[in-house]
Ligand binder design. Structure first.
Ligand code: SF4
Ligand code: SF4
Length: 372
């Protein structure tokens, strides 16, 4: 019988299933249905459950479903509070109650996407102090960080304060492979991957939208037919391919959002069957490659543009067009943007703020030529 492989979660030394449980979509299920999905995942070998104080009643549902097996699972939650007082009072105490435990394995600083937020959370009066105090008291074991901005995450990891990092990564979003993943490996920080199938902007993960892992795994990015073309063969299951691509990397666990037992079955089977990417897959996905310089890491630090130009979106779509060869979809999407490159007054503010020193104006003009 196949079993779900476990990997070491960095210096926490916890052994976590390579498929973890992302706790957003169960918000949309009834209490009974959600608990059934959580419990089912546990019975299939999933032992890493990721939630957040900010995910509605997700913590409560996970806590109730796993109450009697608490010591056999790894519970990870997040605090979106930024001050020591708020994190300790409103955040941690409530999370402990919701999860029905007196000890949480990992608490992560939630959504640290700017240097200002990182600085605030790491100040003496910041939420990190509350987490360290809780760790000293024994109510939490490890401290992690989550975010989407590689520039900020690298700075955070370098401080040595974090045992784990939760970062977005998928076949069309590889910025984490540039430095975050390798640095985390070097410093023995556990690596948890979110949005392996596209994330909250996709029909897959967002509870307010209809798609599911099985029903609509094409994300909101490329046109399905082009995505299939990109993956090489007609009829290939895109969710399977997306998961396999991420599994090939040196990460500890992937946490797709689950809302049904069928989705759990699906992802667990992909992981159980995984025995490395084939050479054809590697070639098709341009495995190990990043888009050529200059390319936008979508850190968002150039925002807001005073003239409303949607800089990271335009540059991401241009990367789809040039590097991934997703041409029709990008050309269809581009005219729908509210404010395009022709609104740019060349004030150069974006270039001054870009930490990667990208020639943003030139890149935008070239994107406009290709996509318009
Ligand atoms: S240079 Fe253009 S795109 Fe950049 S901030 Fe100024 S107006 Fe916006
Ligand atoms: S252009 Fe630079 S600052 Fe703006 S999102 Fe891309 S990498 Fe970040």
């Amino acid at each position: 019988m196949l079993t779900l492989q476990k990997r070491r979660l960095g210096r926490t030394d916890l052994q976590v299933s390579i498929i973890g449980f992302g706790g957003i979509p169960i918000i949309a299920r009834s209490r009974t249905e959600a608990e059934e999905v959580v419990r089912y995942a546990y019975e299939k070998g999933v032992n890493y459950f990721d939630t957040a104080r900010a995910y509605g009643d997700s913590e409560e549902k996970i806590g109730a479903a796993l109450r009697d097996v608490r010591d056999k699972v790894v519970l990870a939650t997040k605090t979106h509070q930024r001050t020591r007082e708020d994190a300790a009072r409103a955040g941690l105490k409530q999370s402990l109650r919701n999860l029905q435990t007196d000890r949480i394995d990992i608490v992560q600083l939630h959504g640290i996407d700017s240097e200002e937020t990182l600085k605030k959370a790491m100040s003496t009066d910041g939420s990190l102090t509350a987490l360290k105090e809780a760790r000293a008291e024994g109510t939490i074991d490890y401290i992690g960080i989550s975010g989407h901005n590689p520039y900020v995450l690298v700075k955070a990891i370098k401080t040595g304060e974090f045992d784990t990092v939760l970062v977005d990564f998928n076949v069309l979003n590889r910025k984490a492979t540039e430095e975050v993943i390798s640095l985390a490996k070097k410093l023995d920080v556990g690596i948890i991957i979110m949005k392996a199938l596209g994330g909250c902007g996709s029909p897959l993960q967002h509870p307010q939208r209809n798609g599911t892992l099985l029903g609509k795994p094409e994300l909101d990015w490329p046109d399905p037919s082009e995505f299939i073309a990109y993956f090489g063969k007609e009829g290939i299951d895109r969710a399977q391919r997306s998961l396999r691509f991420v599994l090939e990397h040196e990460i500890s666990t992937i946490i797709p959002g689950f809302r049904s037992t069928e989705e759990v079955d699906y992802a667990v089977k992909v992981a159980e069957d995984f025995n490395g990417l084939t050479s054809i897959e590697k070639e098709t996905y341009k495995f190990g490659e990043l888009p050529p310089e200059p390319f936008c890491r979508e850190c968002g630090l150039c925002k807001p543009c005073p003239d409303g130009v949607e800089i990271p979106t335009i540059l991401r779509w241009d990367t789809y067009y040039t590097f991934y060869n997703i041409k029709r979809w990008t050309k269809e999407q581009y005219p729908k943007l509210r404010s395009r490159v022709n609104s740019c007054t060349e004030c150069v503010r974006c270039e001054e703020k870009c930490p990667y020193h990208l020639p943003v104006i030139k890149m935008l003009k070239e994107a406009e030529k290709r996509l318009s």
